[in-house]
Design a protein around this ligand. Structure first.
Ligand code: AMP
Length: 226
């Protein structure tokens, strides 16, 4: 693990299409560095499972593979980032997904240190293969690694396909990604804290590359001695 700079928050955005491995890698990075992983997809799926007002409002949109409204999502993330556990940093998985969401995040970042943006690049045929094989726990919602054959290693729940990983819906989600989310890459790519990572490597190699890239990008600019 790369040493983080003391006193510098690790504020991370994971960008990439569905199936790029954002969730898995965000989870690993967050655990290693003791910061929260904030997944808007997980928050919404929890809300759907619990039948809250948010869940009832978002369910049909999610199942169709479309995006929930910017105002709702920005509100959710704004509230979450107010909690004190995000002060040493956070990893955002699935947010921002539109340029207005990215602009709103910039406003939320005032006074919080650098924002590192990691884009995970994976060929489309690999994404389709991964999404077809992906399972989550039907009870606690965690992403299942391949070692879990039938039951969740966290809570013993049954492993299921995500409703929106079905064949017809995956196509729509990828289309929505290209149309709504890819423009964010351009929004961020000129920043000194933007990093692109090859997500088509063994998971441990991706973890190591991400760790190096984020810790290096979060470091304050070196002092120049004259
Ligand atoms: P994910 O688990 O990130 O693939 O998200 C699952 C679904 O939740 C998406 O297909 C959207 O319907 C919804 N969702 C998650 N994050 C966002 C976001 N930032 N903006 C709009 N909709 C979102």
């Amino acid at each position: 693990m790369t040493q983080r700079r003391p006193g510098v928050a690790l504020n991370v955005v994971m960008l990439g299409p569905p199936g790029a491995g954002k969730g898995t890698q965000a989870e690993r990075f967050a655990r290693t560095h003791g910061i929260p992983k904030i997944s808007t997809g997980d928050i919404l799926r929890d809300a759907v499972r619990s039948g809250t007002e948010l869940g009832r409002a978002a369910k049909a949109t999610m199942h169709a593979g479309r995006l929930v409204g910017d105002d709702v999502i920005i509100g959710i993330v704004g509230e979450r980032l107010e909690l004190p556990d995000t002060r040493p940093g956070f990893v955002l998985d699935g947010f921002p997904r539109t340029v207005p969401q990215a602009a709103a995040l910039d406003s939320l970042m005032t006074g919080r240190g650098p924002l590192v943006i990691v884009e995970m690049v994976v060929p489309e045929e690999v994404l389709l293969r991964r999404l077809g094989a992906r399972r989550i726990c039907g009870s606690c919602g965690v992403n299942a690694p391949i070692e879990w054959i039938t039951a969740c290693g966290n809570c013993g729940g049954t492993l299921v396909h995500r409703t929106d990983d079905g064949e017809g819906i995956v196509g729509e989600r990828l289309k929505v990604y290209h149309r709504e989310t890819e423009p964010i890459v351009e929004f961020y790519s000129g920043r000194p804290t933007f990093r692109r990572i090859d997500g088509n490597q063994p998971p441990d190699a991706v973890t190591a590359a991400m760790d190096r890239a984020i810790c290096e990008a979060s470091a304050p600019a070196k002092e120049v001695r004259l």
